[in-house]
Design a protein around this ligand. Structure first.
Ligand code: SF4
Length: 382
């Protein structure tokens, strides 16, 4: 279809072009007639040369300023792209690639890579990257896909954090507030070197504020090689490192990789195989296995638990999560995160059915009850 449209447009363009060229031929003779005006030939050869130089300088300046006004080649990221519904994405011809990035090729950062908040909606930033480049990037880890960088976070690990939000997640949590991060190609393709350079700008401030660098998502371990390389770069700068993960791909990390991660913020969503599959679409077991492995290797964990009325607020289930977490011996703290609706508009814009349309945030009493369950198991809970 796209090819047929392109073919049918071609003859029209060429006939217009030929009309234009005819009319321009007939309407434009004034150049020679202008030069024939009696007033102008009075120019000396020197004056003519200087005018020529001035003209070429003017055109160079105007080309430069036009270039600077234009978005850079990669600036589809700077312009918030329009969200398309998955339906239209299926039927419409793929858009002309706005980004053509080859793996291992450092690209300029889009102005908007640093977002004010991860709640900014971002889609299709990596559409122009060929599939082979995506695959080689995932294999080598030299390039990854980021939704954004945010700075100054005080809720994504100890101290003040710079956070890189990756794209790509195979889970479908009903309460997810960043469904635009599910698709890897929604993220901006960036080399490890460039991402590390961006992080390096904050290295001194992060140390002063006893903070660090967190990689969240999406699910960071979808791009585990890129993530490990970036964390390794952070460690070399002396920066504290954290990942926030659902743990499903924990087995992808070698023991040496784990050494690059100072803290894992592990999402424990609910308890029980069926309940977990209903809530996330995936099996809970790989997450629990990762938690046990982290415990065996004495790597620190902060558990994150999202409290959603009528979905994850069953006290018995919370009790089982608490019992599991307390038994690990390496859980430094538990964070009970009250459900909110800040991501609801993303579900709407992406055209995905949202099951929690009418769900309210939990009451203070309900949050306190959950906290109490974790504390009763001997855990620090906030
Ligand atoms: S694991 Fe995280 S990013 Fe993935 S669907 Fe669940 S909440 Fe969303």
């Amino acid at each position: 279809m796209a090819e047929a449209r392109a073919k049918s447009r071609k003859p029209r363009r060429s006939s217009k072009a030929s009309k234009r060229s005819k009319s321009s031929r007939s309407a434009k003779p004034s150049k020679s007639s202008r030069s024939a005006k009696p007033a102008k030939p009075a120019k000396t050869k020197r004056a003519a040369e200087s005018a020529k130089r001035a003209k070429s300088a003017r055109s160079a300046r105007s080309a430069k300023s036009a270039k600077s006004r234009q978005p850079p080649k990669t600036a589809s990221a700077a312009k918030p792209p329009k969200a398309r519904s998955p339906k239209s994405a299926k039927t419409a011809a793929p858009p002309a690639p706005a980004i053509a990035v080859k793996a291992h090729e450092p690209q300029p950062l889009p102005l908007s890579l640093t977002a004010k908040s991860p709640f900014e909606m971002r889609v299709h930033l990596g559409d122009g990257v060929p599939e082979t480049d995506v695959q080689s990037a995932l294999d080598s880890g030299d390039m990854g896909f980021l939704h954004s960088f945010t700075t100054g976070s005080t809720v994504d690990g100890p101290g003040v954090r710079v956070v890189a939000w990756t794209t790509g997640c195979g889970w479908r949590c009903r309460y997810c507030h960043n469904p635009d991060t599910w698709t890897m190609r929604n993220g901006y393709p960036i080399s490890v070197a460039k991402a590390a350079e961006e992080l390096g700008k904050y290295r001194h401030g992060l140390k002063v504020m006893a903070g660090g660098f967190t990689i969240s998502g999406g699910e960071p371990l979808m791009q585990h090689r890129f993530v490990v390389k970036l964390l390794t770069a952070a460690k070399k700068m002396g920066i504290h490192t954290t990942i926030e993960s659902n743990g499903f791909f924990g087995e992808r990390l070698s023991d040496a990789d784990l050494e690059q991660i100072d803290l894992v913020m592990l999402g424990l969503k609910t308890w029980g195989k069926e309940r977990h599959e209903e809530l996330t679409g995936r099996d809970i077991e790989p997450t629990l296995a990762f938690a046990r492995r982290l415990a065996a290797r004495k790597r620190k964990i902060w558990v994150r638990f999202v409290l959603v009325p009528n979905l994850t607020d069953d006290i018995d289930e919370i009790g089982k999560i608490a019992e599991f977490a307390a038994g690990l011996g390496n859980v430094e703290r538990v964070e009970v995160l009250p459900f909110h609706q800040m991501g609801r508009y993303k579900w709407h814009e992406l055209g995905i059915r949202y099951h929690l349309e009418k769900t309210e945030p939990p009451t203070t009493e309900s949050v306190d009850r959950a906290l109490q369950v974790f504390r009763s198991a001997g855990l620090e809970a906030y």
